[in-house]
Design a binder for this molecule. Structure first.
Ligand code: HEC
Length: 173
C-alpha cells in the first residue's frame, strides 16, 4: 500500500511540474479558472489583465497634430482601411455591417453603439478608444480582447497602424 501511495504521489508531482511548465510558457494568457467561474462578469480580458491605460482623451485635431500622425501617409491608410470596410462604416450616417459603425469612435467607450450585439468580452473590457488603445487592438484583436468576435487577424506593422489610425481619425470624425 505504501508503495502504491508513493507512486501516486510521484505521478501527481510530475503532473504538477508539467502544468507549472505550461503556465510559465503562457504568461500573457489569463488563468482559465477565472474566466470560467463567472460568465456574467468578464474581467480582465484586455491584454495581460492589467487595467489598460489608453493615454489622454483628446480631440481629433489634437491627435492629428501629434508628430507621428502628422507625418502619416493617410492615402496609404485609406487603402489599409478597405480591409475594415468589409465590416465597418466610418461616416456619420453609416449603418451596421458585420461590425458597428465607427463614426466618432475616438474618445468613445468600447461597445457603446446602441443596438449592436457586442461580445461579452468587448462589453466588459472597460476600454476607451484612443490612438493608443486602437493601436493595441489592431495589432492583434483576438489577443488584446480575448473572446472578441471581431474576426480580423490584425496589422502587425507599426507603420501600417500609424497610417491607418491617421486615416481613421479623419474618416470617423
Ligand atoms: C470580419 C469583420 C471585421 C473586420 C474585417 C474588422 N472588424 Fe472591427 N469589429 C467587427 C466586429 C464584429 C466587432 C465587434 C467585436 C465584439 O463585439 O467583440 C468589431 C469591433 C471593432 C471596434 C470596436 C468598436 C466599438 O464600438 O467598441 C473597432 C474600433 C474596430 N472594430 C475597428 C476595426 C478596424 C480599424 C478594422 C480594420 C483594420 C476592423 N475593425 C476590421 C468586425 C470586423
Amino acid at each position: 500500500m505504501a508503495l502504491v501511495g508513493g507512486t501516486r504521489a510521484q505521478t501527481g508531482l510530475a503532473v504538477v511540474v508539467a502544468l507549472g511548465g505550461l503556465a510559465a510558457c503562457e504568461t500573457s494568457v489569463p488563468p482559465a479558472v477565472e474566466a470560467s467561474t463567472a460568465p456574467a462578469e468578464v474581467p480582465s480580458t484586455v491584454s495581460s489583465g492589467v487595467q489598460f491605460d489608453p493615454g489622454p482623451v483628446q480631440t481629433t485635431a489634437e491627435y492629428l497634430a501629434d508628430p507621428r500622425f502628422a507625418s502619416a501617409d493617410t492615402a496609404r491608410g485609406q487603402l489599409l482601411s478597405y480591409a475594415c470596410a468589409a465590416c465597418h462604416t466610418f461616416g456619420v450616417a453609416g449603418g451596421t455591417l458585420i461590425g458597428p459603425n465607427l463614426h466618432g469612435v475616438f474618445g468613445r467607450r468600447a461597445a457603446s453603439v446602441a443596438g449592436f450585439d457586442y461580445s461579452p468580452a468587448l462589453t466588459g473590457s472597460g476600454l476607451v478608444w484612443t490612438p493608443v488603445s486602437l493601436e493595441a487592438w489592431l495589432n492583434e484583436p483576438a489577443r488584446f480582447v480575448v473572446g472578441t468576435k471581431m474576426a480580423f487577424t490584425g496589422y502587425r506593422s507599426p507603420d501600417d497602424r500609424r497610417d491607418l489610425i491617421a486615416y481613421l481619425l479623419q474618416a470617423t470624425q
